[in-house]
Write a protein that binds this ligand. Sequence first.
Ligand SMILES: [Zn+2]
Ligand SMILES: [Zn+2]
Length: 449
Amino acid sequence: MQVIPYGGVNEIGGNTILVETNSTKILLDFGKSFKQEGTYFEGFLLPRTFQGLKDFLEFDILPRIKGLYAQEYALDNEFSEHTVDACLLSHAHLDHFGNLNLIDKSIPIFMGETTATIIQSIQDTTRTRFGRPYIWQATAENPSNFRTFRTGDVIQLKDFEITPIHVDHSLPGSYSFIVEGQQKKLGYTGDLRLHGWREDLTKDFIEVAKQKNLDVLLIEGTNINEDFDMNERKVQEELSQAITRTDGLAIANYSLRDIDRFRSFYLAAKENGRKLLINVKQAYLLRLLQDDPHLEIPTLDDPLIEIYKRPKRKYYKWENFLFKNHSMVESSDFDQTEYIFHCEFWNLTDLIDIQPHPKKSTYFYSHGEPFDEEGAIDFRRLQEWVNHFQLDFKQYHASGHAPRSDLKRIVEEIQPQLVIPIHTEHPEMYQEILDIPILLATRGRTISI
Ligand SMILES: [Zn+2]
Ligand SMILES: [Zn+2]
C-alpha cells in the first residue's frame, strides 16, 4: 500500500490524500488549500479560471494527480488518463471537499448522507469556482457518480475495503475511514474531537480502529500545540448565563454550518425565554437537514426559531420560498429583548438597520482567535463595529478539533504501528507526546507502508 499526501501537509486543511496499490487508487478528501492559494493570491488578485487549471498548477494550489480532473480543465495529456477509482469525502468543510467540482465526472464519489445535504445547500446558496456544481443532476448519458453511506456500511473498491465511521466535529455528518488492503490497514481520522455534543461518535471510531490493529493512522493535529478544557456544554452554559445578564439585544456571531453551536445558542434562547433569529442561509440549511432523522435538530417550524429578512434590492428564489413558508422578521418590527440575533461578520450592516440598544446589548463572538493576517484585520474591524454601537463584547468558543491531550489519548488507545500527522502546522509535535513511531510527510512524496 502506498500513501501520497498531496494536501494537508504542514497546513490546517487542504486534505487530499491518495492511497493506492498496483491496481487500485482512491482519494481521501479533495480539499481546498487556503494556505497555498493565499500565499500567491488574495482580494482582487485571483487565479484566472478561463484557462482551466493553469494558474492553479503554476503554484501547486491544485495537486498534480493524473486522471483526476474533468476533461475541459485538463491542460494536456498529463491529466487526461482516468485512473482514480474513487474519491471519498470525510465531511462538508471546504478544506476537505472544495475542489470536488473539478473532478472528472466518471470518478465515483462517496460521502455521508448529511455531507451530501450540506454540500447541496452550499451549492444552492453560493457561487462555486468555474461555475461548475459540486453535485450534478444525473442524466441518461451522464449518470450521477454520487453514492452516499452511513455508519455500518462497508464499501468495496477493488483491492480495498473501506469502513466509514462517524466522528464528532463542528459540522454534522463527519466521518473517519478505515481502509483495508490485502496486507495493510490504514486509518484516516478526518477532523475530530471528543468535546462536542456527540463525543460518543468519536469513541465509536476509536473502538473500531483499535480492534482493527492498524498499520498506520493518519491523524489530524490542528490543536497539537494546545491544551484546553472548554467543551460545547460549557459554551452553552456560559452563553446562557451571559444572555440572562443582557438587557438589550443578544447578538450571536457563530458559523452557520456549525450545528452544535447553533444548538447551544438555541438552548440558551430557550432557557432565557428568547427566540433565535437566524439568517436565510442557515434557514435554508436547516430546511434541507430537517428530514435527516439522525440529527434531531430544531426545525424551522419550531416557535423559538424565526428567519431574519434583511433588506435587499432583489431576493433569490430560494430566499422567497423560505420567507413565504416560514415565520420571518424584518428590522423594524421586533422587540430586541425577545431575541438572540445571528449576525456573522459579513452581515454586520444589519446592525445599522436594527440599531441595537446601546450599552445594553451584547455581541457574542463564538469563534476561535484569528489564525492569519486577514483574519486579524477583520477582527479589528469587528471591534470597531462593536465600539461604534456601544456593545458589550463576549467570546465563548470550543474548537472543532481535539486538543493535544485528547489527540495523545486517541492514538494511545488505537495503538497503530505508525502515525502520520496531517492537517496541522506542527506535525513534529506528535513526537513530544507519543512513543509510537511518527512519520513526517512531505507534500506529494510517496510513503510505502
Ligand atoms: Zn479541516
Ligand atoms: Zn472540518
